[in-house]
Design a protein around this ligand. Structure first.
Ligand code: PGA
Length: 251
């Protein structure tokens, strides 16, 4: 049985004190969430150790938002996967569209990062998604397929057990425009089939596929009711404990 996950991507928001308070507020409400839903929070690097302390003893998991493509050494400004594991992370997000778009992250770099994350014992939330012009040109299957093929298809079946895929159409991220449940289900089913064709039906059935992009309490229920949507990667709405928990309660 694949895991249901609701993950909060805090992006570059909150001070340490605000982040700790947000984590506290989430911990207070975690009992309201169905027991088969795992909550993940992904604060900025500077907050990880403090947030790890807040969520200790709960089932909430900690994630980073990125990691370096080098294991250690003279790489000023970078944070290694092993450091993230040491800080208490269970996951790291990789390949978020903002990293691809603003920091030139390529599939080649992502292959290095994914492997370093695994070598450090982290699981990976791997983001894919098409831009608006690609969707309008009917190229979304092709684009998402290529993003998956270039990175995830280099992995072994065993490694795939440590991958969560997040489908995030770029046109829906932070825009208030959400993919309809039909659009989301259609591409989630495509992703699962694509994974099945490469790794077999069992791996595909066990792969958690999250939807991300303006997911909020008012639309989560409809999205999460879809057969191939196993939860969400939540940006803006994860910065309010009430909304984040309400989304997780939508199951
Ligand atoms: P959003 O961001 O929920 O603010 O649209 C989602 C994401 O980028 O992970």
């Amino acid at each position: 049985m694949r895991k249901k996950i609701v993950a909060g991507n805090w992006k570059m928001n909150t001070t340490v004190a605000e982040g700790v308070q947000l984590a506290k507020n989430i911990v207070e409400k975690v009992k309201e969430i169905p027991s088969d839903v795992t909550l993940v929070v992904a604060p900025p690097f500077t907050h990880l150790v403090s947030v790890a302390n807040e969520i200790k003893g709960t089932d909430i998991q900690l994630s980073a938002q990125n990691c370096a493509n080098q294991p250690k050494g003279a790489f000023t400004g970078e944070v290694a996967a092993a450091m993230l594991k040491d800080a208490g992370c269970a996951y790291t997000i990789l390949g978020h569209s903002e990293r691809r778009e603003y920091y030139g992250e390529t599939s080649a770099t992502l292959v290095e990062k994914v492997n370093l994350a695994f070598a450090s014992g982290l699981k990976v939330i791997f983001c894919v998604g098409e831009k608006l012009d690609e969707r309008n040109a009917g190229k979304h299957f092709e684009v998402v397929g290529k993003q998956i093929e270039e990175v995830l298809f280099t992995l072994s079946e065993e490694q795939m057990a440590n991958v969560v895929i997040a489908y995030e159409p770029v046109w829906a991220i932070g825009t208030g425009v959400t993919a309809t449940s039909e659009q989301a289900q259609e591409i989630h089913a495509f992703i699962r089939k694509f994974v099945a064709d490469k790794f077999g039906a069992k791996v595909a059935e066990n792969t958690t596929i999250l939807y991300g992009g303006s997911c909020k309490p008012s639309n989560a229920k409809e999205l999460f009711a879809c057969k191939d949507i196993d939860g969400g990667l939540i940006g803006g709405a994860s910065l309010k404990a009430e909304d984040f928990v309400a989304i997780a309660k939508s199951y």
